[in-house]
Design a binder for this molecule. Structure first.
Ligand code: MCN
Ligand code: CUN
Length: 796
């Protein structure tokens, strides 16, 4: 007699199942790109430009060719003969693969050497003589648009200046009118500095072209293998079915592994030319100086306010410094990503956003480091602006937010920029957070401490993040619609394999996708293996970024499991000798409605699909589901931090941090908590210690791990996480919303707000991140705002 199974026991949704991938990771048995060794494999190294902006007068590679063990030296000139000196970017721009005419940022790829080992290749790079004629460098948007500024992209026709786009969204006139009727207008200006994801593993690829079969296999650190396959097909003009992209284990992505990098393209061309496998593994400084930059936006805005605290309108302007090539990976329709998700959680009648993108002599930015397409900047500005407005009004920070939040009964809620929020309980999240931090008590302590010269501060930040692009109506990358798919095969013994087009980089997909199948079918999670990352076996998907995997690929997993269940129901009816309408489902088994003891397990249905199917039924138990989400999912979070600032040194310490995240149904609560802790750690690092900027010559200052500090357990504060608020996503098959980035998105403003709050009374409105001690000290001592915008003096 079969029985329903206990969902938590079999590792279904809600089970804090240990991550199955960690079995190999913590034993050192992961299989990363650099672990792969192919017979006859050669090694590639890249020569990078020491200058930010310079004309290339000549490149002499003859000495490099002479070094024993060197097989090939690639230069821009050679690439050009194959039409590969330039490649298209994901934002309809072009990017140099190897420089031909000019170098446009420090660290740009100038030449590649392919040799017997990486050391020979590196030495040979140093033997290449490049004659540069330096040009003035541009390191911020004001220099970019100044009269007489050198045109960085003189390679492009119809590009007379350094402006990439001017974009706007919202209601300009309505916003004007609302401002005219305001009692008070509050303003804020800030710079969100460049930041870098710095995953432990750098980027890399091994290209393996086989002349005999015409097949190109590339092992590659990519978060989006199918998109890369399409890009390689287009760039290298190879047939797509002859390209196999394998993304093995990834040692952290955080957005760094979304773009197509010159190193990938060069290793592919080298393998085609040499007919041998060619491995390129980026070194740490190459990673830090040339790939994966995020942010670098200047944000200004104004809020129109009524005396009682009601927000009447918001006006925002963004100047985005994209570096030398506009290579953002983002939906085509939105020039500045989802910046217009700013203020979505607040019930604001009307708003207007303008954005201008400019080129500069910096590495291409626009990787949305742990961020759904610029949402991090949007939420940072939102929460800094909200704090400034509450201060200007003389209102309590929490009360001001509560008064303006979208209320529970307003969902689905249309924002003034046109998004449709699915669901949420914003007030409740705030309540939980305030209680956890003991808000009223802290405010009292703060007063008392102040009277004794001690500076305590409390910062609140909230965030709501549009996660799960598409729907395909609005979201595409280079015209390819954004949706995902999942493939599920149930073997005859009831064990299964599920594959998706997503590609985890440490998020735990191998654990959680199995849990979704368990939830839908009652098959124990341990009986289900998850596979991602091989374009020859995985179904199509747009990849893993923008926390889209659970909202899209995860939904596809649920949907394909439901297709399997529908077929299993037919098999069950056949086995139970009743009609399908008389069959009921409970987790793990079908039974006869009128005789509940009379049932068959899902495993019995599986074997029947291979051994005892009804006449006319197609044998086997496998299927594919494509999922095009009807809307984005909108998780919400409240982060509250208390700090103490030392007025003598500017050093600040976190006293306590609480996080209240509502990401709908949690598939694996432990994994969700891990995601939040990781995100908060990165948020803390961005706000506190990660310093990387540019001097007037375009030198990347701080492109080393002495200045750009990675947080360790030692300095990272503890976090108190709260999970009691759960608002299921109404349109997601299992009610889940994304979570992967939320804490990195909403976290930074909480830390900065706390430090600014500690400085109450000094008149300081803003200190740009990172809030290094010297900046905080200077703000306190001279009672002034501190801008972190480049250029800085080279000795800073
Ligand atoms: N999850 C869950 N319940 C939910 C939501 C998510 O159990 N309601 C689980 C998921 O099943 C998945 C994990 O949490 O195992 C993250 O899911 P999701 O929010 O869908 O995010 P993605 O899987 O799409 O991951 C991408 C996101 C991004 S964009 C960045 S950047 C980032 C992040 O994940 N990079 C990471 N977290 C990272 N974590 C690690 N370890 N390494 C990275 O490179
Ligand atoms: Cu936005 S960084 Mo993550 O989307 O890969």
């Amino acid at each position: 007699m079969s029985q329903a199974v206990d969902e938590i026991k079999i590792g279904g949704i809600g089970a804090s199942r240990k991550r199955v991938e960690d079995n190999r990771f913590i034993r050192g048995k992961g299989n990363y790109t650099d672990d792969i060794v192919l017979p006859g494999m050669l090694h590639m190294e890249i020569l990078r430009s020491p200058l930010a902006h310079a004309r290339i007068k000549s490149i002499d590679a003859s000495k490099a060719w002479d070094i024993p063990g060197v097989h090939l030296v690639l230069t821009g000139e050679m690439m050009a003969t194959r039409n590969l000196a330039w490649m298209p970017t994901l934002s309809y721009d072009t990017q140099a693969v190897l420089a031909t005419d000019k170098v446009r940022f420090q660290g740009q790829e100038v030449a590649c050497v392919i040799a017997d080992d990486p050391y020979i290749a590196k030495d040979a790079c140093e033997a290449i003589v490049v004659d540069y004629e330096p040009l003035p460098a541009i390191v911020n948007p004001w220099q970019a648009v100044a009269d007489g500024a050198p045109v960085i992209r003189d390679d492009k026709e119809n590009q007379p200046d350094n402006i990439i786009y001017n974009w706007e969204v919202g209601d300009r006139d309505g916003t004007e009118r609302a401002f005219a009727s305001a009692d008070l207008v509050s303003k804020l200006e800030l710079h969100y500095p460049r930041s870098h994801p710095s995953p432990i593993e750098c980027c890399g690829s091994i290209a393996d072209f086989n002349r005999a079969t015409s097949k190109l296999t590339v092992y590659m650190t990519t978060q989006a293998p199918h998109i890369i396959r399409a890009a390689v097909a287009m760039v290298a003009e190879l047939p797509e079915h002859m390209i196999r992209i394998i993304s093995p284990d990834i040692g952290g992505g955080f957005g760094n592994k979304v773009p197509v990098y010159p190193g990938y393209v060069c290793s592919i061309l080298a393998s085609i030319l040499l007919e041998r496998p060619v491995k390129w593994i980026e070194d740490k400084s190459g990673n830090l100086i040339s790939t994966g930059f995020a942010r670098d936006v200047y944000l200004t805005g104004e809020m129109a306010l009524r005396k009682d605290g009601k927000i009447l309108a918001v006006r925002m302007h963004t100047d985005a410094d994209h570096g030398a090539f506009f290579s953002d990976a983002q939906p085509s329709k939105f020039k500045i990503g989802l910046m217009h998700s700013a203020f979505a959680a607040y019930d604001i009648p009307v708003a207007h956003l303008t954005a201008r993108g400019t080129y500069s002599n910096k590495a291409p930015g626009g990787v949305a480091y742990r961020c759904s397409f610029r949402v991090t900047e949007a939420m940072f500005f939102q929460e800094r602006m909200v704090q400034a407005a509450a201060t200007d009004l003389g209102m309590d920070q929490a009360a001001f937010r509560r008064m303006n939040f979208v209320r529970d009964d307003q969902f689905p809620h249309r924002t003034p920029f046109g998004f449709l929020l699915d669901s949420g309980q914003y007030g409740k999240c705030l309540d939980v957070g305030l209680k956890a931090i003991d808000y009223d008590n802290f405010r009292q302590q703060q007063e008392e401490a102040r009277s004794r010269g001690r500076l305590l501060g409390l910062g609140i930040s909230t965030m709501t993040e549009p996660l799960g692009a598409g729907n395909s109506r609005e979201y595409d990358i280079l015209g390819i619609k954004m949706f995902d798919s999942a493939d599920l095969k149930v073997h005859m013994t009831g064990k299964a394999i599920v594959r998706t087009g997503a590609r985890g980089q440490g998020q735990g997909h191998e654990t959680t996708w199995a849990q979704i199948v368990s939830h839908e079918l009652g098959i124990p999670a341990d009986d289900i293996v998850v596979e991602e990352g091989d374009t020859d076996t995985a179904p199509f998907g747009m990849g893993t970024y923008a926390s889209r995997s659970t909202p899209v690929a995860g939904a596809a997993v649920a949907m394909v499991a439901r297709k399997i269940r529908a077929k299993a129901r037919k098999l069950a009816a056949h086995l139970l000798e009743v009609s399908e309408e008389d069959v009921e489902w409970e987790l793990g088994r079908f039974y006869v409605r009128s005789a509940p003891d009379h049932g068959v397990t899902i495993q019995e249905c599986a074997i029947a699909a291979y051994s005892n199917m009804p006449d006319g039924m197609e044998p086997g138990l496998q299927n594919t589901a494509f999922y095009d989400p009807p809307n984005l999912t909108w998780p919400f979070a409240v982060y509250i931090v208390t700090v103490e600032v030392d007025p003598e040194t500017g050093v600040w310490d976190v006293l306590k941090m609480v996080a209240v995240d509502d990401c709908g149904v949690r598939i694996n609560p432990m994994i969700v908590e891990g995601q939040i802790m990781g995100g908060l750690t990165e948020a803390y690092a961005m706000s506190n210690m990660q310093f990387m900027t540019f001097d007037a010559d375009g030198n990347c200052v701080g492109a080393n791990y002495m200045d750009y500090l990675l947080p360790t357990a030692w300095e990272t504060p503890g976090f108190e996480l709260h999970s009691e608020v759960v608002t299921p996503c109404p349109h997601h098959p299992i009610g889940a919303k994304g979570i992967g980035e939320c804490a990195a998105v909403g976290g930074p403003a909480a830390f900065v707000n706390a430090v600014i709050d500690a400085l109450t009374g000094t008149g300081v409105r803003n200190i740009d991140m990172p809030l290094l001690p010297d900046r905080v000290w200077e703000a306190i001592t001279y009672r002034r705002d501190i801008s972190g915008a480049p250029p800085v003096r080279a000795d800073d």
